[in-house]
Every structure is written in C-alpha cells, then in structure tokens.
Design a protein around this ligand. Structure first.
Ligand code: CA2
Length: 144
C-alpha cells in the first residue's frame, strides 16, 4: 500500500511554539516515529507539509496518478475554511482520514466545524501525535 501523509499550514511550527496545545514534538519527530509503524504494516509513506493551499491541492491530484491507496491529512487551519481542498479530496476519490493533534471539538467554536470531514472516511482528533498512527492503522485495516 502507498499512503500520502499531508500536513497543512503552520504545522512546520510544531515543537517550536505553543507546546501547551500541540505538544513538544516537531513534525519531523512525529513522521520519524511513523516510519517503523508503516514498515511493520507494509506501507510506503510519502510525506508533504505545505503552507500553501494550492500546493496541497496539487499534491492530492498527483496522488491519483501515482495510485496512492490512502491519504492521511492534517489540514491545519484549512480544515475550517477550504472548499477547494475538500473538492480536491472528493474529486480524486482516494480514501482519506483527517487528523488533528488537538481536540477541535473542545476548542473555539470556529474550530468545531470541518469542511474536510464529510469527504473523508473518518476524523481522529485530540490524541496528539498518536493520531497519525491511528489514522494509518484505520486506512490499512478498513474493510473494502
Ligand atoms: O489540532 C490540530 O492538529 C489542528 O489542525 C492544528 C491547526 C489548527 O488551525 C486546527 O484548528 C487544529 C493549527 C496548526 C498550527 O500549528 C502550530 C504549531 C505550533 C505553533 C503554532 C501553530
């Protein structure tokens, strides 16, 4: 299986600022910890973080041509605003799991709504870095 791990705007700041909300691990730390899990599941990971909506959308489109089997995405703030990213995920039809480090349903009102969730197979929110591993296992283990 080939799975794309996408991280959206500002997630490059993980571990550098706001450790109280998002933890003290950097995105590189989180992705490095995911590598042995992926290997044990026989999954090939491709990872991208971008602060640009269009770059994320282009990467989702590219995933279709590459025959990706699934996408794990933390869309960052685009979660709550991006019709375009939602349309891209719906358009390619690749099974996608949405991940959030924090519990978006326990935070400000504007974070409680996700534009992305309705076009995913599920959302994992509030389990910190472990959420990426849970998402990976959910994609690999999902019934066809
Ligand atoms: O909880 C999550 O994973 C979020 O996707 C993180 C986004 C936020 O807009 C979503 O509502 C929930 C923010 C990512 C920004 O991460 C930072 C990390 C360190 C310092 C500043 C921002």
């Amino acid at each position: 299986m080939k799975i794309l791990i996408l991280n959206g705007p500002n997630l490059n700041l993980l571990g550098v600022r706001e450790p109280g909300i998002y933890g003290s691990r950097t995105l590189d730390d989180i992705l490095a910890a995911l590598a042995p899990v992926a290997a044990s599941l026989g999954v090939e990971l491709t990872c991208l973080q971008s602060n640009h909506e269009g770059v994320l959308i282009d990467r989702v489109h590219q995933a279709l041509g590459e025959g990706m089997d699934g996408i794990v995405i933390n869309p960052g703030g685009l979660t709550h605003t991006s019709v375009a990213l939602r349309d891209a995920i719906a358009g390619v039809g690749i099974a996608t799991v949405e991940v959030h480090l924090s519990n978006i349903h326990a935070r400000e009102e504007f974070r409680r709504h996700s534009m992305i969730a309705p076009v995913t197979i599920g959302q994992i929110s509030g389990f910190g870095a472990q959420g990426y591993e849970l998402a990976l296992r959910a994609l690999v283990g999902r019934p066809n």
